[in-house]
Design a binder for this molecule. Structure first.
Ligand code: DGL
Length: 266
């Protein structure tokens, strides 16, 4: 059981930022990653569509022997986490990228927190709801920032174009006076430093990748699932393959990666 991989999925290759953090915090673990490149972006899809994609992907990850399944996508976490927990109740442990961040924020003393993410994540109101339940005195404001995913994927990072786009979003009145900003999309850790700089390092920029990896380690430890075999083998699948995905996957994973096509939709 312990040799089995950690299953991870995202709409595409953005979730590799989380996979990268997991490999740093849990170097002895194997991962099996699935990016649903045939259906991305999830940020523009309905909650129903995302739930049905997420169910099939979770089955695929279990077919590949995953001992836990991590939803490395905010749009899917916002739409499908409760649904997957129920569907796979007796079969595996499901972890999302939103609850660990909400728990982390409970330990901090902020009055006003901002969230940026895809249209799906922001319109779901999940962060407001969950932070409201655990920290009712905190004001949470959110803003959809849909241009950031294509901007990052096209390699506009730490340059004039990306600075202008990010500044334009972050100067929105809604975000005035925030003390922390949640990066509610797994693509955004790539521009975390750029965002911190735009705020003159006065706002805590919270990215889920590391926070989630630490929670994952604790959950696996508690359930005696940590791999102590010394054998590590990673696998990366996507549902539609182009060399372009291979190229940007390297940017998100910060290392060499070999993507295989898994045609789970036909
Ligand atoms: N990585 C996805 C997320 O965290 C965003 C990309 C998409 O819209 O598919 O929401």
């Amino acid at each position: 059981m312990n040799k089995q991989p950690i299953g991870i999925f995202d709409s595409g290759v953005g979730g590799l930022t989380v996979a990268h953090a997991i490999k740093q915090i849990l170097p002895g673990e194997s991962i099996v990653y699935f990016g649903d490149t045939a259906h991305l972006p999830y940020g523009d899809k309905s909650a129903e569509a995302i739930r049905s994609y997420s169910k099939r992907i979770t089955e695929f990850l279990l077919e590949h022997d995953s001992k836990v399944v991590l939803i490395a996508c905010n749009s899917a976490s916002a739409s499908a986490f409760d649904y997957l927990k129920k569907e796979f109740e007796n079969r595996t442990i499901i972890i999302d990228v939103i609850d660990p961040v909400v728990d982390y924020l409970r330990t901090r003393k902020f009055d006003k927190i901002g969230v940026i993410g895809t249209k799906r994540t922001i319109s779901s109101g999940t962060y407001e709801k969950k932070i409201g339940e655990t920290s009712p005195d905190v004001k949470v404001v959110s803003l959809a920032t849909p241009l950031l995913v294509p901007m990052i994927e096209e390699g506009f990072i730490f340059d004039d174009i990306s600075n202008a786009i990010i500044r334009s979003y972050l100067s929105n009145d809604t975000l005035a006076g925030i003390q922390a900003l949640i990066l509610g999309c797994t693509h955004y850790p790539i521009i975390k430093n750029q965002i911190s700089k735009i705020f003159n390092f006065n706002v805590e920029v919270v990215d889920s990748a590391r926070i989630v990896s630490v929670i994952l380690r604790d959950v696996m430890d508690k359930n005696n699932l940590l791999n102590d075999s010394g054998i590590v083998k990673d696998q990366f699948f996507i549902s539609d393959y182009t060399p372009y995905f291979e190229k940007i996957a390297r940017m998100f994973f910060e290392g060499e990666i070999n993507l295989k096509k898994a045609d789970i939709w036909s």
